[in-house]
Design a protein around this ligand. Structure first.
Ligand SMILES: [Ca+2]
Ligand SMILES: [Ca+2]
Ligand SMILES: [Ca+2]
Length: 320
């Protein structure tokens, strides 16, 4: 009798009462993926739990679930390997415990994670010959080579004495502090054109040893061009706190604006600067432009990993 009472009093039920012994009807099953995550989604005709069983082989065996009752079901799983086919089926249980499942007729649903790789990798073990524009500061501007650990006035940490890896960096004045009184003259270091036409996400990742006074006085920026240098937008700049790196740090800059462009260039700038308080300026090393892309774009990779083994790339996913 208790069961009958519960059924009759269920909210939204009208007309003649009866026992609900059907599980939720499932429709709209979908899987969507990045290089490192898969989002499973489906809808049901009545509120139910969310159960997804997935795996890289059949039958899938890893279960993720959410006990809250809903008709719009979504679960995201992180930590996936790039270029991997994921098989899955879904299920849902209503408030009375009746279960609906959808295995795609026993064939399972599939979704494939994207590839992940590098579009540009420079270790600076040798000089890649990037473009330098130093305006009126040819001897104290950008140069390639081994920094010398000098800082010519009393403010901030000195330059490093080597790269983050290896001897060399691109740095602003390898013999000491960045120049004073550059006016509006920006000292520029610019990458060659990088092809991101296959990318579905993009970011710049590099090692930095930077000293620059707060932006009321001195300026350090990273700029992006997606038209081969015709126009530039700022994607990072120093703020109202002085930056005084005394060790190598990793900097990551997301570049969503660069996705799909075949004419990407990245530029590091120093200046304008005022006449006082000169810090060591930029030192950069181990520059990588990386992102997600379709797995069939593998031959485009230029980082020496063209083996087709996407798993070998790892996935240093993170935000900064
Ligand atoms: Ca290096
Ligand atoms: Ca200054
Ligand atoms: Ca310097």
């Amino acid at each position: 009798m208790v069961v009958w009472l519960e059924v009759i009093l269920r909210p939204g039920q009208s007309g003649q009462a009866g026992i609900d012994c059907l599980g939720p009807q499932i429709s709209g099953v979908q899987g969507s993926a990045t290089e490192s995550s898969v989002t499973f989604s489906f809808t049901t005709d009545e509120p139910g739990t969310t159960v997804v069983t997935y795996g890289s082989s059949t039958p899938p065996a890893t279960v993720v679930s959410d006990d809250s009752l809903t008709t719009q079901h979504t679960i995201t799983v992180d930590g996936m390997t790039p270029c991997t086919r994921i098989y899955f089926h879904v299920g849902s249980a209503d408030a009375l415990g009746n279960v609906g499942v959808d295995t795609n007729g026993g064939n399972f649903y599939t979704v494939e994670t994207a590839g992940w790789g590098s579009f540009l990798t420079e270790t600076f073990d040798s000089d890649p010959g990037w473009a330098i524009e130093n305006g009126g500061f040819p001897t104290t501007g950008w140069a390639f080579g081994q920094p010398t650990g000098q800082g010519q006035d009393s403010y901030g940490a000195p330059d490093p004495t080597s790269g983050s890896t290896g001897d060399n960096v691109y740095g602003v004045n390898l013999l000491g502090d960045a120049p004073a009184s550059t006016g509006t003259n920006e000292l520029k270091l610019t990458t060659p054109v990088i092809d991101l036409s296959a990318a579905t996400s993009a970011r710049l990742r590099f090692r930095r040893w930077l000293g620059v006074e707060q932006d009321y006085y001195d300026h350090a920026r990273i700029r992006l061009s997606t038209d081969g240098g015709a126009s530039w937008q700022t994607v990072w700049e120093n703020g109202d706190d002085t930056i005084d790196d005394a060790a190598w740090v990793e900097q990551i800059v997301e570049l969503p604006q660069a996705v799909g462009s075949s004419e990407v260039q990245i530029r590091w700038t120093y200046g304008s600067s005022d006449s006082l308080w000169n810090y060591c300026g930029w030192n950069i090393d181990d520059v990588v432009v990386e992102g997600a892309m379709p797995c069939d774009s593998i031959p485009l990779f230029i980082d020496g990993f063209e083996t087709g083994d996407c798993g070998g790339w790892g996935s240093a996913i993170g935000e900064n």
